[in-house]
Structures are given as structure tokens and as C-alpha cells.
Write a protein that binds this ligand. Structure first.
Ligand code: COA
Length: 259
């Protein structure tokens, strides 16, 4: 499939999507969001892919936000439409993706960039990464889920302060806040993230997919997460991975999950 704003590389069950608009610090314009959506569909259908990593090209930015130039003359309905479409195509889509998505945050992750990283299932950052939601400096609020996911990840008080001050935090503070799981030197960011992805890819893909659904249920209004967990737990018993996993255990060997 042809893409202009992203690159995809797949090796050993792991796909790396690189957002590739370095001259604009990988800002998310409409075509880039649409390409990311198409890429996620393509990789979801590809049985060889078990884990997806999203990163930004260059050494400066993961994603410096939504493309400000693109929306600077929008009216109320165009603004709402921008947020709704973006959430549908990318941010909600990533959060509810059936395969694990890890954000490898290699520099600035601001506005929509941090919102994308937060929509991924977890985050690894390089030491030079800087994160923030500076929308109020533009007379806006975060519109790609930032007001919801930031408090879920770091707590309400910290999220209030970060959004109100528009401050950027460095990787060390993001680690302390629990916004990222690991911080590594930039040169090691991808190899380190791939090592985690590799570990994940050795486990049962079908079970991981159900774990994602069950964990997400905890954050969905009107859903009883415990009931969701029971449902998905039960479904596991009807999978080849369950047969393989339990048989391998009883035969004292490593499981060989087919994905
Ligand atoms: N949307 C559109 N273009 C962006 C962008 C964004 N969110 N962020 C950066 N760019 C563009 C700049 O306009 C510039 O393009 P130009 O060379 O054609 O003028 C290019 O990327 C490089 O950015 P620049 O600002 O010159 O780099 P810097 O090192 O001086 O500053 C940042 C880096 C990240 C601090 C700064 O670019 C910035 O504040 N970006 C906007 C962050 C933001 O508010 N994001 C939330 C959007 S909702």
C-alpha cells in the first residue's frame, strides 16, 4: 500500500510505523491521520504482525501536535468534526486495537502527539523526550482525548495542572508520573522497545487481544469491567492458543503460539 506521510517496516512479527513529516516535526495533518488509520487496518489484517510500534522520524520529535496550519481558520462545526473524525480514525481506533501498540516517544510529544502516545497501549520514551498538552496557549483544549486519557494515566490534579499551565515535562518526570513506562537513550529507543515487543509476541495473541478489551472496559462508562473480564476469560477456553498453552505447560515445554 502506498503512503506519503508514514513508513512501515515489519520484521519478526513486529511492525514499526514511523510518522514521517520531519520538516513539520511530524505534525498530524488530515492525510497523516488517514494514512495511520489505513496502516492500522492493514497491519491488523496481517497475521504475521503481532505487535505495532509507533514512532516519529528524526531525533527531534515524536509528533509536535495536530497540524495548526490546517485548522487555523476552522469554525465551530469544522472544529468539532476535526476532533470527532480524528478520535474515530486514530485515537479511539488505537486504544481499542486488537494488537498491542507501543509508542516509542523519540522527542517532542505535544498536543495531538501526546494524545496519540496516550492512545497507544503503553509508552517508552527517549531521554530527550518532552511531553505536554499546550492547546490552551492556542485558545483550544485537547480534542483527541487528552482531557480524558491524561487524568486516567497521571491523576486528575496533575492533569489539571499540566493542561492549565501548558507546561512540558521531561522524560524523567513523565516516568515519575507513570506517563511512560521506561526511559532510555535515544539511540537505544527502538531496540529497547522491540525487545519488549518481542517478549509480547511470544505470548498468546488471542489472549492479549482479550486482555486489551478487558482492561479498556475499566475506563468505559456504563460497562462493568469485571463482567467483561469474565466473558473474555471464558472465550479463551475455546481458542487454539489455550490448548497449546496448557498442553505445553503439562508437557514441560515452551508454547508455540501460531498467532
Ligand atoms: N503544526 C504545524 N506545524 C508545526 C507544528 C504543529 N503542531 N509544530 C511544529 N510545526 C512546524 C513549524 O511551523 C516549523 O515549520 P516551518 O519550518 O515551515 O516554519 C517546523 O515545524 C519546525 O518547528 P519550529 O517551531 O521551527 O521548531 P522549534 O525547535 O523552534 O520549536 C516546538 C519546536 C515543538 C517547541 C514548536 O514547533 C511548537 O511549539 N510547536 C507547536 C506545538 C503545539 O502547540 N502543539 C499542539 C497543537 S494542537
Amino acid at each position: 500500500m502506498e503512503y506519503e506521510n508514514i513508513l512501515i517496516e515489519t520484521d519478526d512479527h513486529i511492525s514499526v510505523i514511523t510518522i514521517n513529516r520531519p520538516t513539520k516535526l511530524n505534525a498530524l495533518n488530515k492525510p497523516t491521520i488517514e494514512e495511520l488509520h489505513r496502516a492500522l487496518i492493514q497491519l491488523e489484517e496481517d497475521k504475521a504482525v503481532r505487535v505495532v510500534i509507533i514512532t516519529g522520524s528524526g531525533e527531534k520529535a515524536f509528533v509536535a501536535g495536530a497540524d495548526i496550519k490546517e485548522f487555523s481558520s476552522f469554525n465551530v462545526s469544522e472544529g468539532s468534526q476535526l476532533a470527532a473524525k480524528g478520535q474515530e480514525l486514530l485515537f479511539d481506533y488505537a486504544q481499542n486495537y486488537s494488537k498491542p501498540i507501543i509508542a516509542a516517544v523519540n522527542g517532542f510529544a505535544l498536543g495531538g502527539g501526546l494524545e496519540l502516545a496516550m492512545a497507544c497501549h503503553f509508552r517508552v520514551a527517549s531521554t530527550n523526550a518532552k511531553m505536554g498538552l499546550p492547546e490552551v496557549t492556542l485558545g483550544l483544549i485537547p480534542g483527541y482525548g487528552g482531557t480524558q486519557r491524561l487524568p486516567q494515566l497521571i491523576g486528575k490534579g496533575r492533569a489539571m495542572e499540566l493542561i492549565m499551565t501548558a507546561d512540558m515535562i521531561n522524560a524523567e518526570k513523565a516516568l515519575d508520573y507513570g506517563l511512560v513506562n521506561h526511559v532510555v537513550e535515544q539511540a537505544e529507543l527502538l531496540s529497547f522497545t522491540k525487545t519488549i515487543a518481542q517478549k509480547i509476541s511470544n505470548n498468546s495473541s488471542s489472549a492479549i487481544s482479550k486482555a486489551i478489551k478487558s482492561i479498556n472496559a475499566n475506563f468505559r462508562d456504563g460497562t462493568n469491567g469485571y463482567h467483561e473480564e469474565i466473558k473474555h476469560f471464558g472465550e479463551c477456553f475455546n481458542t487454539q492458543d489455550f490448548t497449546e498453552g496448557t498442553t505445553a505447560f503439562l508437557e514441560k515445554r515452551k508454547p508455540n503460539f501460531k498467532g
